[in-house]
Design a protein around this ligand. Sequence first.
Ligand SMILES: NC(=O)C1=CN([C@@H]2O[C@H](COP(=O)(O)OP(=O)(O)OC[C@H]3O[C@@H](n4cnc5c(N)ncnc54)[C@H](OP(=O)(O)O)[C@@H]3O)[C@@H](O)[C@H]2O)C=CC1
Ligand SMILES: O=C(O)[C@@H]1CCC=N1
Length: 275
Amino acid sequence: MSAPARRGLAIIGGGKIGEALLSGLIRRGGPDGILVCERSAARAAELAERYRVPAVDLGEAAVRARVLLLAVKPQDIDALLERLAEHVDEGHLVVSVAAGVPTARLEAALPAGVPVVRVMPNTPALVDEGMSVLSAGAHAGEADLDEAEALLAAVGKVRRVPESQQDAVTALSGSGPAYFFYLVEAMVDAGILLGLPRTLAFDLIVQTALGAAVMMRDSGEHPVQLREAVSSPGGTTIAAIRELEKHGVRAALMAAIEAAHARSVELGRRSDESR
Ligand SMILES: NC(=O)C1=CN([C@@H]2O[C@H](COP(=O)(O)OP(=O)(O)OC[C@H]3O[C@@H](n4cnc5c(N)ncnc54)[C@H](OP(=O)(O)O)[C@@H]3O)[C@@H](O)[C@H]2O)C=CC1
Ligand SMILES: O=C(O)[C@@H]1CCC=N1
């Protein structure tokens, strides 16, 4: 009996981002043609049950799927590539979301000529508001990029950048949702400090964040103009902004994002290099 033709996608690594992408893709197109490969048997069973997709091992994933989406931690990527290499050929498209890991490092561990695309997605893919940023490796052509882009476009916006920008992208949009969640936590705490019930404070801040995000996306105005429009002369907003400036919040954000960038670069080095 001849082997079945390869089609669809295997998500290898069903953790936080693997599941976010899996759920979004299934919401868009249904489970047909999607496989999941997860090293923990319990987690594999959980995902198979929740999303009605087959949980398979690495060998079967490579036999059945054309696109292999690697969603394991950067620290686990070398071990995965070592096992994957014997199953992969030029007919596959390997898409990696591992922070920091350059396409050259992936290509070096795989048979010659295998097309590789590096992607930095983010967790709002869970609600179809993801931001995914793609870069082609040495053997990935326009058609491969188009295929990866079509996949990620199902769960949000997609941009393409030169790979040299991917560590900065990782620090901005890859990690970015966490910064906004952190900011919201702090603002809700401020509401508690002022005596508001937690649920009320949470509702006020989440709707305010959503409204501000839609304005930044749709108004065509710069955030500075939007902020000025909120800041009445002699009013409450400017009193708050002065405190933010006094406490160095802008510099703190820049330093935080610089640290995320540095960590991405560090994660991109092979485990046998200095870390
Ligand atoms: N979380 C995020 O918001 C984002 C993450 N990323 C990137 O995605 C990758 C995964 O991150 P995240 O989802 O947070 O991490 P998780 O630890 O939640 O998920 C990784 C999963 O992969 C499994 N795994 C490890 N090795 C293998 C293997 N050989 N075969 C199958 N499964 C395996 C892990 O199992 P076990 O639990 O046993 O380790 C775990 O379930 C990272 O490289 C990260 O840089 C990119 C963008 C955003
Ligand atoms: O924290 C991390 O390393 C991953 C990469 C981007 C978001 N989460």
